[in-house]
Ligand binder design. Structure first.
Ligand code: SF4
Length: 498
């Protein structure tokens, strides 16, 4: 038996970016160390974080360098993992395995409750699975927040020779990374959720549309699919259920479900007019469920624990937990899973740890590049779909980016409109032309040659884009610009030509 000490180190891309790979290289030839590469706990401000077994659970060392090895081996300076406030105060269900299991160890996945949802699904009829989803009140976690059971019911009831399940892993919102973490850290959970969906709607094939910028995620997922196939998991009622990973080509709009389907069919990623909806006529015109990775990963727990369990968490209109991804000028960036209902202020104070050293709060943006900007007076907004909708905002994919006192809000607004101009698929005029005109106006203001008329024009343009764009990219693009003008009007006025 080896006398080497087992040390646990994350292999997640963010952990590697923080130096986990350098540690692994430095300790690769040390006979006294047996290094186990795990998923990340999501406390990225502590990475590289090294753990070892202790008498009462794992002990952790933070921001480790290669020279810290003697201390770790002699047990000096470690902190019990369960006492880390950032982790201890979370309510982790979808992310319960993170930091605990090896991503590609199917036996570990099962030992931690994995596949219990699929086994439960095999004991239920397709109608009963969908009923559990209805009771759970799960809403899609990708942005539109549509009730999941409703889409499944439509796909189930639509007659077709073939049906498909598509996981949207084109996670393109700035400041979001929870899908990537699942793909890299707990890939069998995604596959399990897709299999449950396939059984409920009668699908025969699955696809994961993975963004090109996630090479490690795509590789891990392909390896997981192979392992699941070898374990004969990719079968439903005796028929094969193959799952294929398809990499995108770097287009933001392909995160929109119909553009994604076009791209999956090998065409240019252009948004389709709806109806019909993908659940009626999606991939190759067949009924297709398209949901993001986090949504599928949430489903195994719902089916194994029951829909009522999920409905008991969160708020009246927003049941369950939400995976928030803290980023920007916050002290503690990382993944936070909590029930819906906490306020932005609670999340930023309790988990974000306040502002990064030397920074003062200026604004926070929730929901990616199409999300509204809030000043400090907006921090008491509860994080749930209805409260955000009332405030004209979106939760999107749960990204929370904090901006500090040095942020130029005019330039930030220009950046977001330029982003839309670059990423517009070009199908509808308000977005294709409006985003270019919007960017030009903001460039004018930024250069000091804008006028009050330009601010009025931005307001008109924003309303037109909101009301007449075909999809959320054009429809939401004005929100960061208009909320920046609303809350930071002084900065815009100071740059106008007198
Ligand atoms: S709003 Fe923009 S991205 Fe959406 S369909 Fe129209 S042009 Fe394409």
């Amino acid at each position: 038996m080896s006398s080497a000490t087992r040390l646990y180190l994350s292999n997640d891309t963010s952990a590697r970016a923080a130096g986990a790979g350098l540690l692994a290289d430095a300790w690769a030839d040390r006979p006294e160390v047996q290094l186990i590469r795990l998923s990340s706990r999501g406390a990225f401000f502590l990475e590289p974080m090294v753990e070892r077994d202790g008498p009462d659970g794992r002990m952790a060392w933070f921001n480790v360098t290669p020279d810290d090895l003697p201390s770790i081996l002699s047990g000096i300076g470690g902190v019990p993992v369960r006492s880390i406030p950032f982790l201890a105060n979370q309510t982790r269900y979808t992310f319960a395995n993170f930091g605990e299991t090896e991503p590609l160890a199917l036996d570990e996945y099962q030992a931690h409750g994995g596949l219990a949802g699929l086994e439960a699904a095999f004991r239920l009829t397709p109608d009963a699975i969908i009923e559990e989803l209805r009771v759970s009140q799960l809403r899609g976690r990708g942005g539109a927040a549509f009730p999941v059971w409703n889409k499944w019911k439509v796909a189930q009831q639509t007659k077709a020779l073939e049906k498909y399940v598509v996981a949207n892993a084109d996670e393109g919102d700035a400041g979001t990374y929870c899908d990537r973490m699942i793909l890299e850290g707990d890939p069998f959970r995604l596959l399990e959720g897709m299999l449950i969906c396939a059984r409920a709607i009668g699908a025969s094939r699955g696809y994961v549309y993975c963004r090109q910028e996630y090479p490690a995620a795509a590789a891990t997922l392909r390896a997981a699919i192979q392992k699941a196939d070898e374990a004969e998991l990719l079968e439903l009622d005796g028929e094969p259920f193959p799952i294929e990973v398809v990499e995108g080509a770097g287009s933001y709009v392909c995160g929109e479900e119909t553009a994604l389907l076009e791209s999956l069919e090998g065409k240019r990623g252009v948004v389709r007019a709806r109806p019909p909806y993908p659940a009626q006529a999606g991939l190759y015109g067949r009924p297709t469920i398209v949901s993001n990775v986090l949504t599928f990963a949430t489903i195994p727990n719902i089916v194994s624990r029951g829909g009522a369990w999920h409905a008991s968490l969160g708020t009246e209109q927003s049941r369950g937990t939400i995976a928030l991804q803290l980023g920007g000028r916050v002290k503690h960036p990382g993944l936070v899973e909590v029930p819906f209902g906490l306020s932005l202020r609670q999340v930023l104070d309790q988990f974000g740890g306040g502002m990064a050293p030397g920074s003062r709060f200026k604004a926070v943006q929730v929901g990616g590049p199409l999300g509204s900007l809030f000043p400090a007076t907006g921090l008491d907004l509860p994080i749930c779909y209805d409260a955000f909708a009332k405030a004209g905002a979106v939760l999107g994919h749960g990204g929370i980016v904090v901006y500090d006192h040095e942020t130029d809000m005019v330039d930030l607004a220009r950046h977001f409109m330029a982003f839309t101009a670059d990423e517009s698929c070009g199908k509808c005029t308000p977005c294709r032309i409006g985003s270019v005109r919007g960017r030009e106006i903001l460039e004018r203001i930024q250069a000091g040659s804008g006028t009050m008329d330009d601010l009025r024009l931005l307001d008109d343009l924003g309303e037109t884009m909101k009301l007449t764009s075909l999809c959320a990219l054009g429809g939401r693009a004005p929100y960061p610009v208009l909320t920046a003008i609303e809350h930071f009007s002084g900065e815009f006025r100071n740059k106008l030509r007198m």
